[in-house]
Design a protein around this ligand. Structure first.
Ligand SMILES: Nc1ncnc2c1ncn2[C@@H]1O[C@H](COP(=O)(O)OP(=O)(O)OP(=O)(O)O)[C@@H](O)[C@H]1O
Ligand SMILES: [Zn+2]
Length: 793
């Protein structure tokens, strides 16, 4: 009998939807389900995941596993079950869902080398390239090209391969490169007296005395001592130098003082209820609905404490990297070094080192953004999702998973707790809490009895009537002035980065659009036009490309222009801008937020990343300038988004005793999202919005599935979409559902690809998905299926 492994290939391709069988050679006889391996696939070597083991008699035609990547299985049962659930729920292949659990989605790279085959006549008559390979061992193409620049190397290699003189060999490189560092250590059993022995060698004596107190120090901290000093001491037996593996951690030097808070009764009640469930060792989901500044983080900390006492592990998710730093700080105050951080701004090596530290039990708490929900853990105790309503928890590319649902399944399979927290829960979650599917916990008041801020709505139509064209209304100008005079801080939210949001010809009305996407180009400081969808750039034309007029004009205000305007109006104020353009570097968020927290700046302006979660002591004022762009999106979630954004942004003001003041500038002052947010009335908003959802049959009353069809040619796309819609109507005849469309996507063309959507609403989504798969629509290359889409457009 031969041991055979069924393996899914790690490739983001939906058509490789099945596992392939490979022989497990004797040297890897320990291989089991959940291991990562390297296997030949087509003409290449690729990473694969073992999902089944079988023993079979006949293995004819099967290839062998060529390498094993780790020292133990990467996937445990709970992770395997979650991956299988993702594949079946979101209609992707198991390979696609399993690769989500790998930092950077890939753990190895495989390089192709050419090696000379030993020939009978010893290759005397062979060409110089053969001889070179024979003398130097396996080399890759680039290397050969460099040495023989005048040859058509691809051709020569092809010939040598066909003549059987050379062969291809593959070298596997782990992407998780280990890092080593030199450490100097004192020799415990040295019987020489340094004071006598090193009397005339002051530098050596100094180092030995230092090492006698410290015992072990990284070599890099001893730069004042030359290598000869170290060598001499090593030779005389006082010290020795070792090369040790170190685990990278960008947050290593983040240390904070422990501040223990006495909890208020609401916090205590919430913690008690969750603790009771933790003791039962059963899965459950809680929704912690607590107004802004009600101390939800303190509840999280106490629950994680309980989990860590049981030696289980915790994952805490934040919607954006920008919010990680505050969460890390609060957790470091309480758990000092029991934490690793996981997000895409950290290198793959660092993320792998973090996993290593979790595996060897050095740490037990993971704080991270969306992808941290996939961190491999031995004994998961709780997943906490802060700001659970945030759309960034949904991945907007294949597989279109929602972090909340993945976390739900992971905690279910591991008998762990899922805790969702928000001041503005998603309608889906609050509805589930109403139906008792989730347990509702609430923190109805701010801590220390701070008031919620008072919100003032400025009707921008009146400003226009007054003949004012500035982006800052008179009331906002006054609020900024007062805040600066009081030496307090203000946050200004403008959800558009760049300088001017579009460039237009005044003569013919032509708007300069991206060549590849159906959107206007945005003017940036640096004098270029940039597309916010594909990042392509253009220079500003001297004349209109349409009518050749020279009346090119800039319209709309982005964060860069607002920054200029603020400096002009308040020349003595210090302004800090936070948007995608100022946060490209690693640790850039941390630096900006830290500077603002330390009050080096008075005004923080930025896109929505400034609006949520932050807890700054001295912020008393908040301004929201771009709410209309959110509530006017023609999507059924627009009002919900608007309400959330307003409530969250307002919630940053006056959290620590001072009365907070908020200004909302809008052309829609009577919109129910705005009026309810003004009163901080989530419950009334919830009921009003649920009414609309019920009438229109939208989630949470119904489930949605979006089929996105794409093509490079618009006319072909339209035809294809119509045919598909007809086919769907026939296919779904037996299922109760609504098929809407085809209709053009919100942005018709992105990166030269046109898109159309078909939306299916139904309460029998399971059946619908089954039909889609039976008809192989899930495998079609020109279609993507988004289950539970966040946008209907
Ligand atoms: N029991 C307590 N006593 C005193 N201060 C507390 C207590 N609990 C929390 N705090 C403080 O109150 C502030 C607000 O808490 P936190 O940031 O957790 O609010 P939140 O509920 O997460 O709000 P948001 O939804 O706006 O992010 C923090 O500075 C926190 O340290
Ligand atoms: Zn573009």
């Amino acid at each position: 009998m031969n041991k055979v492994a069924k393996i899914f290939i790690n490739m983001p391709i939906k058509t490789i939807a099945k596992g392939y069988s490979y022989i497990v050679p004797d040297q890897f006889s320990y291989l089991d389900i959940g291991w990562r391996v390297c296997v030949p696939f087509g003409h290449q070597y690729l990473e694969g995941f073992v999902v089944e083991i079988a023993f079979v008699e006949n293995c004819d035609g099967l290839k062998e596993v060529v390498a094993v990547i780790d020292k133990s299985a990467w996937f445990n049962q709970e992770m395997m079950d979650t991956a299988k659930w993702i594949a079946s729920y979101y209609l992707c292949s198991l390979g696609e869902s399993m690769r989500l659990f790998i930092p950077g989605k890939k753990s190895i790279s495989v390089d192709l080398f050419y090696e000379a085959i030993a020939l009978e006549e010893n290759g005397i008559n062979c060409c110089c390239i053969y001889k070179y390979l024979q003398a130097n061992g396996p080399l890759n193409l680039n290397c050969l090209k460099k040495y023989f620049p005048t040859y058509d190397m691809e051709k020569v290699l092809e010939r040598l391969l066909s003549e059987g003189k050379i062969k291809k060999v593959y070298k596997i490189r782990s992407r998780a490169k280990e890092k080593f560092e030199k450490f100097v250590m004192i020799n415990e059993f040295c019987d020489k007296d340094p004071n006598i022995y090193l009397k005339n060698k002051p530098a050596q004596l100094r180092l030995v005395n230092l090492m006698l107190t410290k015992r072990k120090l990284p070599r890099k901290t001893l730069m004042e001592f030359s290598s000869s000093v170290i060598h001499a001491l090593e030779k005389d037996g006082f010290i020795h130098v070792v090369n040790e593996r170190v685990l990278r951690d960008s947050y290593k030097d983040y240390h904070f003082q422990m501040v223990k808070k006495s909890l208020n009764p609401s916090q205590e009640n919430a913690i008690e209820q969750v603790t009771a469930k933790i003791c039962e060792k059963k899965h459950d989901t809680f929704l912690l609905y607590g107004v802004t500044g009600s101390g939800k983080t303190e509840v999280y900390i106490n629950i994680v404490e309980k989990i860590r006492k049981l030696d289980k592990q915790a994952i805490i998710l934040v919607p954006e990297i920008a919010l990680a730093s505050q969460m890390i700080q609060r957790f470091k105050e309480n758990f000092s070094n029991d934490i690793v951080v996981m997000h895409s701004k950290l290198s793959i090596e660092e993320r792998n080192d973090a996993i290593e530290r979790l595996h060897n039990k050095e740490v037990g708490i993971v704080i991270g953004a969306r992808s941290a929900v996939f961190v491999p853990l031995d004994d998961l105790g709780v997943i906490i999702i802060d700001e659970e309503h945030e759309v960034s928890y949904k991945q907007e590319e294949r597989p279109y998973y929602h972090t909340r649902e993945v976390a739900k399944m992971r905690t279910f399979y591991s008998n762990a707790i899922l805790l969702l927290g928000s001041a503005t829960p998603s309608l889906e979650s609050y509805y589930k809490a109403q139906c008792s599917e989730y347990k509702l916990l609430s923190l109805p008041k701010r801590v220390n009895n701070s008031n919620l801020p008072s919100v003032h709505i400025v009707d921008m139509r009146n400003e226009l009537a007054k003949g004012k064209r500035s982006i800052l209304s008179d009331d906002l100008y006054a609020l900024i002035k007062k805040t600066l005079e009081n030496k307090e801080q203000i946050i200004i939210l403008l959800n558009r980065r760049g300088h001017s949001t579009f460039v237009l010809c005044r003569e013919c009305g032509h708007i300069i659009k991206c060549n590849h996407c159906d959107v206007p180009m945005v003017y940036h400081f640096s004098g270029i036009l940039r597309c916010h969808y594909c990042d392509s750039v253009k220079t500003v034309p001297q004349e209109c490309p349409h009518c050749y007029s020279r009346y090119i004009k800039y319209f709309g205000t982005g964060t860069q222009k607002l920054e200029e305007e603020l400096y002009r109006l308040f020349p003595n104020a210090s302004v800090l801008r936070m948007d995608r353009d100022t946060t490209t570097k690693k640790m850039a968020y941390e630096k900006i937020l830290d500077d603002f927290r330390k009050e080096k700046y008075q005004i923080l302006l930025g896109t929505q990343m400034v609006a949520k979660g932050h807890d700054f002591k001295n912020v008393t004022a908040v301004a929201i300038l771009s709410i209309d762009s959110t509530i006017n999106i023609p999507d059924f979630r627009a009002a919900e988004r608007g309400f959330q954004l307003l409530t969250q942004a307002s919630g940053r003001a006056g959290r620590h005793g001072n009365q907070g003041n908020v200004i909302v500038q809008t052309y829609n002052p009577c919109h129910y999202a705005i009026t309810h947010a003004k009163e901080h009335d989530f419950i009334s908003f919830y009921h009003e919005e649920m009414n609309f959802r019920k009438i229109l049959n939208y989630p949470p009353y119904n489930q949605l599935l979006k089929i996105i069809i794409f093509d490079m040619v618009e006319e072909i796309l339209i035809k294809k979409a119509e045919i598909l819609a007809r086919k769907l109507h026939l296919m779904m005849k037996s299922v109760k559902c609504n098929i809407i469309g085809p209709f053009s996507a919100n942005v018709v063309k992105v990166k030269d690809i046109y898109k159309m959507n078909i939306l299916i609403k139904s309460r029998e989504m399971g059946k619908i998905k089954q039909l889609l798969c039976e008809n192989e629509l899930d495998k079609r290359k020109d279609i993507t299926i988004d289950v539970d889409p966040m946008n209907s457009l």
